[in-house]
Write a protein that binds this ligand. Structure first.
Ligand code: PLP
Length: 379
């Protein structure tokens, strides 16, 4: 039977060659490819510094540490995101407050953000915003940065799903004190496991670079440590793979855009909601392709539709289950009803198979099976 995977990395012969070359070189960590990868990402985003690390999560964690987030700090974060966006605050024993999203873009709602800040700014003096460009779609950065500057909020950008996206001609990852990208195998480019911090802030750069490498000082000896650091280093094989993939980043983004546009056409008559791309998005770098079932459809019906698709060989996923309803956050007092838009949206989403080399033929198969499922389960 036919199988269409949810995602699949694009690995070229030159990707393979460069990784093999690293293996043969004998230098498997802290080598020239880590530096070259950092350089190509910094140039791509137009920022001064990049620090490559072991994952997107470690990138976000180090940004918080370097920006002095601590147990007295508050992190405002959307719940409609990957759990790591919020967890990093708990790593540092800080407080997490979730903010609701806009129904169309599924990004932070500026009005909801203002409301949350109004309530919290009396109680907390150190407030941080984790701004997530969800599924590759930039947040409404003009509005968000204005609100944050009014309340003296430090912005950290979780652009882990959005490498290459642009808001009014400016690349995402550049709107806060620092930004993070991630390179797990389902992202726009992959290093297997990996992430990177981008920033113009020299302090954030220096501290995060030291913390990823056990708190060692710049140029200091191997066993001399200035901070309690981590081993969040990326290895040379991963960095080389990332560097190699960056050589064709524009082609990758364009191909993913073609795949998304084909879905847009194929799905236009199915009575479901396709992803929205706002006018302020001057370049959309697609991470996943998420449709939404009609408003009256409940969680159980979505479940049946997803099971049907899986049975027909179409791999799908319910991006995202709200973070505030996950066990660690329920234990902190979060529950149903607290974020109505997030909760409403997340019962109806289905991520369809989506990756750089997805063929038209496979997309037609996905859409045919989805059409059958909708006819079977939705009245
Ligand atoms: C992928 C992702 C991350 C980082 O994930 P890692 O698996 O740690 O690389 C962080 N935030 C969001 C929104 C993501 O999608």
């Amino acid at each position: 039977m036919k199988k269409v995977q949810l995602s699949s990395p694009q690995i070229s012969q030159s990707d393979i060659d460069v990784v093999v070359q690293v293996l043969k070189s004998g230098r498997l960590s802290i080598g020239p490819y880590t530096e070259a990868f950092e350089k190509v990402i910094a140039e791509f985003t137009g920022l001064r510094y990049a620090v490559a690390v072991s994952s997107g999560t470690s990138a976000l964690h180090l940004i918080l540490k370097a920006a002095n987030f601590n147990e007295k700090s508050l992190l405002i974060v959307p719940s409609f995101t990957f759990v790591a966006s919020a967890n990093v605050a708990l790593f540092e024993k800080g407080k997490v407050v979730f903010v609701d999203v806009q129904p169309d873009t599924m990004n932070i709602d500026p009005f909801a953000l203002e409301y949350v800040l109004d309530k919290c700014s009396k109680e907390y003096s150190e407030i941080y915003l984790m701004g997530v460009d969800i599924f590759g779609h930039p947040m409404d950065w003009d509005k968000i940065t204005e609100i944050c500057s009014n309340y003296n909020v430090t912005i950290i950008e979780d652009s882990c799903e959005a490498l290459g996206s642009e808001y009014k001609g400016k690349k995402v990852g550049t709107f806060g004190i620092a930004g993070a990208f991630a390179f797990y195998a389902n992202k726009q480019i992959t290093t297997g496991e990996g992430g990177i911090i981008v920033t113009n802030d020299e302090t954030v750069y220096k501290i995060s670079k030291s913390l990823r490498n056990q708190g060692r000082g710049e140029g200091s000896e191997w066993l001399v440590h200035e901070y309690v650091g981590y081993n969040y280093r990326i290895d040379e094989m991963s960095a080389a793979l990332g560097w190699s993939q960056m050589q064709r980043i524009d082609e990758i983004i364009n191909r993913r855009s073609d795949v998304a546009n084909r879905y847009n056409k194929l799905l236009s008559k199915l009575g479901i909601q396709i992803p929205v791309v706002k006018d302020y998005v001057t370049r959309m770098s697609w991470f996943v392709y998420v449709i939404r079932l009609p408003e009256h459809v409940d969680r159980l019906t979505r479940q049946r539709i997803m099971e049907y698709l899986e049975m027909e060989g179409v791999q799908v996923r319910s991006y995202f289950e709200p973070v505030h309803l996950q066990k660690p956050y329920r234990e902190l007092g979060w529950k149903e009803g607290m974020l109505p838009v997030t909760e409403q949206v997340s019962t109806r989403t289905i991520a369809l198979p989506f990756y750089t080399d997805l063929t038209l033929e496979d997309q037609e198969y996905v859409v045919e099976k989805l059409k059958n499922a909708l006819e079977l389960f939705i009245k």
